[in-house]
Structure formats: structure tokens, C-alpha cells
Design a protein around this ligand. Structure first.
Ligand code: LLP
Length: 444
């Protein structure tokens, strides 16, 4: 059976002429919740997690879901229920993971800019591991741990200088990237970490990038990690845990045009061949591969506009809801919710949002069946780095999020209200009387 990861369109199925996610018609969600709305399939989340877990079964591994990919409570709680740990990069993500039921003892804290406050808070929670990325950070954590009467469990994140062959904005393991410690400097720093009073040093970590579609960069990076492990052990330094990061790419194209993505079993085999015989516990940090193709963005066509040389399909979703096309030139497949009759001829259109910049473009010259105002469309592969990267640019409230399971669905985050969006700003007190509301109060 094909997995949801290998074809984005598998998330939807047309029944009775209408696209469904599991047993729920998307038109029903649009009618009850409105649009734009992110829709996730709980069965797809469970399926992708279990596939990952099966692939690394027997490898003494902890799967630490990268919360940054999709931090919705219902999503994180789904993985918590399946035994996942979490990879977090902020105290907000740590709080979300714990709130969702992931034990602190299964949480890894990554990131180049952990503040003292964040480290103190994570230490107090008793997380599994800090992935440390600079000498200064190491010293700061040791100081904080000593002051708290604790020792922080630490892995050094090394930069293996491997080209992940992915988009430049999501490459993280090359010389010149801000991430990790140059692998050449790692032995000296590991020796130092092993001596610091507040540090229990016992691991190494890497993460070379996101949306990888080839195994070669992994093979190179894992080999370098294995070599470094042997070198450090040769110096009497204990290495018990290797964190292999995340990054496995998913299919974004429905027609296979993107080429093959990484098969999980092959990935696990590369890990087994390179670091499997070191007797280390392993940590994996998958994000996108667990959630990306388990979610979509449901939007309504506001109107269709014929420009000079092209037709624009203008949606009620925009780059503030899904920034990936504007930010990375990312491709998201687009499908109509109403099934086009067999033999419908597709023609190229630009699918855009209403935001006031030309980068608010979801797809240029994309072949679509004819669409009319008020029709519903879906953008596929929006489960990862979708809602989490949303903003209120152009004063557009954050979209709603919905979870489907079987033939039921639930709002797992309501659409932001105008009250919430507008009500948080304040005027300085010397300006308050200028508000129409205050003026009318003053007059009363
Ligand atoms: N671990 C670390 C330390 C990371 O920095 C990341 C992602 C992951 C794990 C999870 O990687 P994944 O399995 O999801 O590829 N916003 C971009 C992707 C940024 C990825 C950042 N780091 C996008 O929309 O493509």
C-alpha cells in the first residue's frame, strides 16, 4: 500500500462527487467552520508515525517529534499517545509538548539561541537532553546547572559539513550555516564538556537540513558522526546517545514529477549500517515526514479575475496562512473539492491570495479545471510548516484548525476572532484620549 507520505492526494478521496478527508466531506467543514481552515487527518498521523516507528524498531531509538512542524495540541497529543518524545526549539514548544502529554524525560532541546531563562526552565523540568551548539552556550548551561544544584544532560550538535542538497534556506549542516559546532572543533569541546561541573556529557547530535530527498547526505553525515564517536571514545569520553536529527522529505507533487522521496526502510538501513554497531541509544527528530501529508488547507475562491495575459483565481487563503510558496517557492498541489466530471479540460491559472504583494502567489500557471467564485479548493501537503508559520499580516485573523477522525471532526483551534486580534494592542496613556471610543466616553 502506498503511504500518505508518497502521494499528497491520498489524503483526500472523492465520494459522491466531493472530496472527503477520511469520512468527512470538506464542504461540511467549510459550511460549519468557514475558510481558510487547516484540516488534519488523525488516521494519517497515526499511520505515518507507526510507519516510522516500525522502520526504526529494534534500533534502541526514541522518536522525538519535531514540534515546530505542527504544534497543535491535538497533533502533538496524538503522537504522545503513540509513545513519542519531542524535539523542541523554544520554551513555548517545550510547554506545548508537556501539555500534550509528552514526558519531559523524552524531550530534546535544540536550537542555536537558547536563553538562560529557557535553559533554566528546561533543566527544572528534567528534559532528556540539551543539544548544545556553541562553547558559550555550554558554559552558560554549566553555570545555570551548578546554581540549580543539577547536572544537565548534554549532546554536542556538530556541523558535519555535508551538503543536504535541499533548498538553501533549510540547509543546516554546511560550513557557513549558523548551526552546530564545526566537526573539527568537536573533540576539544567534548573534552571540555566532559570536565564541566554542571554538565553530564554523553551524546552527539546532527541535523543537516529539511526536505531531503536523497540518502547520500545522510550516509555521509552519519559516517562522520560514527568516526567522531570512535575518536572520542578513544580519548576516554563516554558517548551513549546519538541524535540523528530529522529532515526526511515528503512528496509535494501528485504526479511523481518530483522524483523519488526517501523510503523509511532505506533510511533506517543507512542509520543501522553507519551508527548501528556503536551500542548507542538513537534519537530521531522527524517533523515534516510525520505531519506534512496528513494535513491540507481548505480555501474558498473569492473571485476569478481575467488579467491581461492570464486568469487569476483569488482565494480567501493567503501567504499569511501558508507562507511556504512565497518564502521558498514551494509547490503545493491544488485540487477542487467538487470532483470535475471525467474529461474536463484543465487550463493554466495563477492561484493567488488577496494580500497586497505579488509574492502572495500559491501557484503560477497551474493547470486546473475551470473554477468559479465560491467554489472550494484544497492546497495539499499543508500539515507541516503551515499553520505554525502563519501570521496576521494584512490584519487577517489566524485560520482555524480541524482534526478529522473517521466520520467526525472537531475544531482543534478556533479561527482567531477580530476581538482577539484587535484587542491586544494598547495606546500609550498620553494618546488614549485620541481613540474614538475614549472620545465618546469623555463626551458622555
Ligand atoms: N530537528 C532540528 C534540529 C530541526 O531544525 C528540524 C527542522 C527538524 C528536526 C525537523 O525537520 P523535518 O523532519 O521537519 O524536516 N519551514 C521550512 C522547514 C524548516 C525546518 C527547520 N528545522 C519549510 O517549510 O520547508
Amino acid at each position: 500500500m502506498q503511504s500518505v507520505g508518497s502521494d499528497p492526494a491520498r489524503l483526500i478521496a472523492y465520494r459522491g462527487g466531493e472530496a472527503h478527508v477520511e469520512g468527512v466531506a470538506l464542504s461540511r467543514i467549510a459550511a460549519e467552520i468557514g475558510t481558510p481552515t487547516f484540516v488534519y487527518s488523525r488516521s494519517a498521523l497515526v499511520e505515518t508515525y507507526q510507519r516510522f516507528a516500525r522502520a526504526v524498531d529494534g534500533m534502541n531509538a526514541t522518536i522525538c517529534y519535531a514540534v515546530k512542524a505542527n504544534g497543535n495540541l491535538a497533533v502533538v497529543n496524538t503522537f504522545a499517545g503513540l509513545g513519542a518524545g519531542a524535539d523542541v526549539v523554544s520554551i513555548g514548544e517545550m510547554k506545548r509538548a508537556i501539555q500534550a502529554g509528552i514526558p519531559a524525560g523524552r524531550i530534546v532541546f535544540s536550537g542555536v539561541g537558547k536563553t538562560d531563562e529557557e535553559m533554566r526552565s528546561a533543566l527544572a523540568q528534567g528534559i532528556l537532553q540539551f543539544n548544545i551548539e556553541s562553547p558559550d552556550e555550554l558554559n552558560a548551561l554549566s553555570r545555570i546547572a551548578v546554581a540549580a544544584g543539577k547536572r544537565a544532560s548534554v549532546a554536542l550538535r556538530v556541523n558535519p559539513d555535508v551538503d543536504a542538497k535541499t533548498h538553501e534556506k533549510i540547509t543546516t549542516g554546511k560550513k557557513g550555516n549558523k548551526f552546530g559546532i564545526d566537526i573539527a572543533h568537536a573533540p576539544a569541546m567534548a573534552a571540555k564538556a566532559a570536565r564541566l561541573p554542571g554538565i553530564a556529557f554523553d551524546g552527539l547530535a546532527i541535523h543537516i537540513g529539511s526536505q531531503l530527498t536523497s540518502l547520500d547526505p545522510y550516509r555521509h553525515a552519519f559516517k562522520r558522526l560514527a568516526d567522531l564517536t570512535r575518536e572520542l571514545r578513544g580519548q576516554g569520553i563516554v558517548i551513549e546517545r546519538l541524535d540523528l536529527g530529522g529532515g526526511i522529505g515528503i512528496a509535494y507533487q501528485t504526479d511523481g514529477a518530483q522524483g523519488p522521496t526517501i523510503a523509511l526502510d532505506d533510511y533506517a538501513q543507512v542509520a543501522a549500517e553507519t551508527v548501528g554497531n556503536l551500542g548507542c541509544k538513537l534519537v530521531f527528530e522527524p517533523g515534516r515526514s510525520l505531519v506534512g501529508n496528513a494535513g491540507l488547507l481548505l480555501a474558498r475562491v473569492v473571485r476569478v479575475k481575467d488579467g491581461e495575459d492570464r486568469r487569476f483565481v483569488i482565494l480567501d487563503a493567503a501567504m499569511n496562512d501558508l507562507v511556504r510558496p512565497a518564502m521558498y517557492g514551494a509547490h503545493h498541489a491544488i485540487k477542487p473539492v467538487r470532483q470535475p466530471p471525467a474529461g474536463t479540460v484543465e487550463s493554466p491559472v495563477d492561484v493567488v491570495g488577496p494580500i497586497c504583494e505579488s509574492s502572495d502567489l500559491f501557484a503560477a500557471q497551474r493547470a486546473l479545471p475551470p473554477v468559479l467564485a465560491d467554489e472550494l479548493l484544497v492546497l495539499l501537503s499543508c500539515g507541516a510548516y503551515g499553520f505554525v508559520m502563519a501570521s496576521t499580516y494584512n490584519m487577517r485573523p489566524l485560520a482555524a484548525e480541524v482534526m478529522v477522525e473517521g466520520d467526525r471532526f472537531a475544531v482543534v483551534r478556533p479561527r482567531q476572532s477580530f476581538e482577539d486580534m484587535l484587542g491586544t494592542d494598547r495606546l500609550p496613556d498620553w494618546q488614549a484620549s485620541d481613540l474614538p471610543e475614549a472620545r465618546s466616553r469623555g463626551a458622555a
